[in-house]
Design a protein around this ligand. Structure first.
Ligand SMILES: NC(=O)c1ccc[n+]([C@@H]2O[C@H](COP(=O)([O-])OP(=O)(O)OC[C@H]3O[C@@H](n4cnc5c(N)ncnc54)[C@H](O)[C@@H]3O)[C@@H](O)[C@H]2O)c1
Length: 254
């Protein structure tokens, strides 16, 4: 895979141990210009210092709350001013809460849906006109195994519902945009170790019991997910669209 001359926008890339940052590593090491977007300013600073070394200064950071449409629209304009194009959009920013159905307050439901789904809608809508003009684009959205099987280990029913929504949205965008050379796919990771989203809830006992349900015998690594994201974002993946790629070590096979 080669991303020379490609501009990649990754949301939620601030988190050092997260999937977005690892995706930034993988595409920048293969030549991409990378825009790191996140609500977390400190995370962005360290992300810039790291990623900018890999792609000879072709890195840009944008402090962005994906739930704020004005911020999203302004950010996309800034990226176009700097790089002239956005070839790849990775909608990775997301959040989770382990709250059980009877205890979910309305504000928490809205928080999960606003970040995990509405943010993807805003980013996609803002970027698509430029991709259409270029007659080329790759969109990769982060879904989750919990959107398929119901219930996540660290996410409640709102999380599952938001991730299932991401998949439906992505399939519809894939159909609408195929004629413009734009693909839209999702990746559905199983549990990935070490990221912030599990919020310190992983214990050794929990990890042991989780591993028993994973035929491959280990929890996922950010590298596993980022490599598949990079593949779906590559030029060679032009005939794959509307697909949801399971990356879960066999813990859920359908
Ligand atoms: N870690 C897992 O086990 C797992 C499994 C399946 C799916 N996923 C999905 O992968 C994606 C990345 O997760 P991760 O594990 O790397 O999590 P993470 O918490 O390490 O990273 C998420 C990033 O999103 C950012 N973010 C949160 N709200 C934001 C907002 N409103 N605007 C902009 N940025 C915002 C955070 O600051 C953080 O940098 C998420 O969509 C998550 O749901 C993760």
């Amino acid at each position: 895979m080669n991303f020379e001359d490609q501009v990649v926008l990754i949301t939620g890339a601030g988190s050092k141990m997260g999937i977005g940052r690892e995706t930034a590593r993988q595409v920048s090491k293969r030549g991409a210009s990378v825009v790191l977007a996140d609500i977390d300013e400190n995370g962005l600073e360290s992300a810039f210092d790291e990623i900018n070394q890999y792609n000879n200064g072709k890195t840009m950071t944008i402090k962005l709350d994906v739930t704020n449409k004005d911020e999203v629209d302004k950010s996309v304009k800034q990226i176009i001013e700097r790089f002239g194009e956005i070839d790849i959009l990775v909608n990775n920013a997301g959040t989770s809460r382990p709250t059980r159905i009877l205890d979910i307050p309305e504000e928490e439901w809205d928080l999960i849906f606003n970040i995990n789904m509405k943010g993807i809608f805003f980013l996609t809508q803002a970027v698509l006109p430029y991709m259409k003009e270029a007659n080329y684009g790759r969109i990769v959205n982060l879904s989750s195994v919990s959107g398929k099987r119901g219930g996540g280990i660290f996410g409640g029913s709102h999380y599952s519902a938001s991730k299932a929504a991401v998949t439906g949205f992505s399939k519809a965008v894939a159909r609408e945009m195929a004629e413009f050379g734009i693909t839209c796919n999702t990746v559905a990771p199983g549990l990935v170790g070490g990221t912030n989203i599990t919020d310190g809830l992983m214990t050794t006992e929990k990890e042991t019991s989780i591993k028993e349900g994973i035929p491959v015998g280990r929890v996922g690594k950010v590298e596993d997910i980022a490599y598949s994201i990079a593949f779906l974002a590559s030029t060679g993946a032009s005939y794959i669209t509307g697909e949801e790629l399971d990356i879960n070590g066999g813990s859920h096979i359908d």
